[in-house]
Design a protein around this ligand. Structure first.
Ligand code: FAD
Length: 308
């Protein structure tokens, strides 16, 4: 019931100003975001890798309509990749990029700016011996993001895609993307989407997730099973076995701070597990999406607001 209002608030500038006056170290924020500085992200990455996990890092920010901010985001990613290389972490840590943070939403030739910026990040990732995955945002950007992905893959075929099981179109997208060399992260989807494009019922989303997983696991690509849902994790493992996939020919992915024990349990069982680590000052939208998934955290969140 609270999911929709929380997702609407995730785009409110007024609430954002109120909430972001809160320090990142306050309980609810630091549960999901290890910090604002590159050093905090590198530190969190080091700890996760020491525990046998892999990492994908997201420099937080989205819906940028300012060219200078888009360019600053590119610089943050290239700086991060250099820091990961210097610390000897880049073999086990890649980056996740939202195209709307690097120019896609700019009013003038946004798609082209985002593509050029993404190329710079992909080249820096390749120099660091690692890869980029393009996050997927709301449905109005899906075609643009997939077409940018196709362009990027001409020069950087290692670039990964994300698809969202709640969209009606995604099973077909999975078929298109399940080719050799392709890396596809399947998640349920985190935005407020209309009935015309997305399943609204949780059970329907789960059924779609399983259909998409079947396509990806039977295909030639590298499936990245991004979910905390114990049933989806079990089904992912069972489908891998059914398709004769060895451990490491697919991976599980979870968000920083969510089911950390399960992340370690899977890794200890020999599975490849990657943790998505967001960092930076622009944590508001990300935090609101996490609260929308878990409204029981709302009381904790409101308490931290009042006590600030
Ligand atoms: P759910 O049914 O939502 O949750 C299953 C269980 O997981 C819950 O019962 C609970 O125990 C636990 N859980 C889930 N969420 C939380 C939470 N916030 N706090 C505490 N416990 C929780 N979405 C996009 O739209 N685009 C993306 O690019 C994208 N990238 C992602 C990358 C990764 C690696 C992951 C793991 C998720 C990503 N998501 C993305 C978010 C995703 O779409 C879902 O919103 C999110 O993962 C919750 O769905 P679930 O599969 O965990 O299942």
């Amino acid at each position: 019931m609270l999911r929709q209002p929380l997702l609407m608030l995730s785009r409110s500038e007024m609430v954002k100003d109120l909430v972001t006056a809160m320090p990142v170290s306050s309980g609810i924020v630091s549960r999901y975001v290890p910090g604002e500085a590159t050093e905090s992200a590198v530190e969190a990455t080091r700890g996760l890798i020491a525990d046998g996990l892999h990492v994908t890092l997201d420099f937080l920010g989205e819906d940028t309509v300012d060219r200078a901010q888009a360019d600053a985001t590119v610089a943050a990613y290239t700086g991060l990749l250099t820091a990961l290389t210097d610390e000897g972490l880049s073999r086990n840590a890649e980056v996740s990029v939202k195209l709307s943070a690097i120019g896609q939403a700019l009013p003038d030739r946004g798609e082209k700016v985002a593509l050029d910026n993404a190329r710079v990040i992909c080249q820096a990732a390749r120099n660091a011996g690692t890869t980029v995955t393009l996050d997927m945002e709301d449905h109005t950007t899906t075609d643009s993001t997939l077409s940018t992905l196709r362009e990027l893959r001409k020069d950087f075929p290692e670039t990964g895609a994300v698809v969202q099981a709640y969209l009606h179109r995604t099973e077909a997208d999975c078929r298109d993307l399940a080719y050799e060399g392709s890396r596809v992260r399947l998640c349920k989807g985190a935005y407020n989407e209309p009935e015309s494009v997305a399943f609204q019922d949780k059970h329907e989303v789960d059924k779609s997730y399983v259909r998409c997983l079947k396509v990806l696991m039977a295909g030639q690509g590298y499936p990245m099973v991004a979910t905390h849902d114990p049933r989806m994790v079990d089904i992912g493992g069972a489908l891998a076995t059914r398709n004769d996939r060895a451990q490491g020919s697919y991976e599980f992915q979870m968000l920083f701070g969510i089911r950390p024990d399960e992340q370690r349990r899977l890794a200890e069982a020999g599975e490849k597990v990657r943790v998505y680590v967001p960092y930076g000052e622009e944590w508001y939208g990300y935090l609101m999406r996490r609260l929308a998934e878990r409204p029981s955290n709302l009381t904790f969140f409101l308490r931290s607001l009042i006590s600030k």
